[in-house]
Design a protein around this ligand. Structure first.
Ligand code: SAM
Length: 278
């Protein structure tokens, strides 16, 4: 199917090319996005026979968890506009039942009413046209079907991200920090509720989901984490001294979360669910 070429890599769009998609799967998914997606999917609770579409599926963090909820009669389709992410998803979940489609959130490549449940995990904040994407998600939900999205709560609610964004802005620069800051672009609960309601969803409910994660200490984790995100370019261009200053500052701010040789630290996301009128 013909499609527009993906946009150029920018620090804010979270469009990760080639080996960045591999690093996303190798670093971010096991440490943060995988547990967050699993918690999101478990809260939403797909039924065993559901047809589920995951919009902005990335390398398949949520799809993997959906598969665990489905029986053989269920079906899950991951959609993403970035072929590099889909390629990693296909390879990582090879042998599973998931299907993968390249497509933009504002023009989803499935028909009206296709799905019982439409999901989008930590993605809608990056879509240039959030309202258009939400209307598309409602279009592909069956009447009476559900649409569910997860987005991070405001930055200070996730102390690791908060420390990292602030120290990156101070020592490396606000443009680079914006690469992670963009993940918090839809962290206003009222704005999130309005987005779902204005797209035509009923019975919208939003809960705060706290996911307690164990991370390596900042000296180990910060460099590998940053290089798996759109902040990687600014990080590579920075001096050794500035990079060391970021690690030290993050380490200092997160002392209270140390448990032995690790950090035990909460990440908080909103889980918003609405129903397409029957
Ligand atoms: C932070 S990643 C989240 C991926 C996955 N849902 C997860 O939880 O790991 C955001 C994803 O949204 C995708 N994305 C961004 N804009 C998009 C758009 N307009 N249409 C479809 N996917 C998009 C990106 O390619 C990326 O895979």
């Amino acid at each position: 199917m013909p499609h527009d070429p993906p946009p150029p890599t920018t620090s804010r769009s979270w469009h990760l090319g080639g080996d960045a998609a591999e690093r996303y799967e190798a670093v971010l998914v096991p440490a943060i996005l995988g547990p967050a997606a699993a918690s999101f999917v478990d809260r939403v609770g797909p039924a065993a026979a559901d047809t589920v579409v995951d919009v902005g599926c990335g390398t398949g963090a949520a799809v993997r968890r959906v598969e665990a909820h489905l029986a053989a009669s269920g079906r899950v389709v991951g959609v993403d506009r970035n072929p590099a992410m889909l390629e990693v998803a296909r390879r990582t979940l090879e042998g599973g039942s998931a299907e993968w489609l390249e497509g933009d959130a504002v023009a989803l490549p499935v028909g009206d009413g296709f799905s019982d449940l439409v999901l989008s995990a930590q993605s809608i904040q990056f879509f240039p046209d959030r309202s258009g994407a939400m209307r598309e998600m409602v279009r592909i939900a069956r009447p009476g079907g559900r649409v569910a999205v997860s987005v991070w709560c405001p930055l200070p609610r996730s102390p690791y991200f908060h420390a990292l964004v602030e120290t990156m802005a101070t020592h490396i620069g606000p443009d680079t920090a914006a690469g992670l800051g963009a993940a918090f672009g839809l962290s206003d609960r009222d704005a999130l509720a309005a987005l779902l309601a204005e797209a035509g969803l009923d019975s919208v409910e939003i809960v705060e989901d706290s996911v307690d994660l164990t991370l390596p200490l900042p000296a180990t984790f910060v460099p590998i984490h940053v290089q798996a995100t759109p902040m990687g370019r600014g990080w590579s261009d920075a001096t050794d001294g500035d990079r060391a200053a970021v690690v030290e500052a993050v380490d200092r701010r997160l002392r209270d979360y140390r448990e032995g040789g690790e950090l035990r630290i909460p990440f908080r996301q909103y889980v918003a669910v609405g129903r397409r009128p029957a």
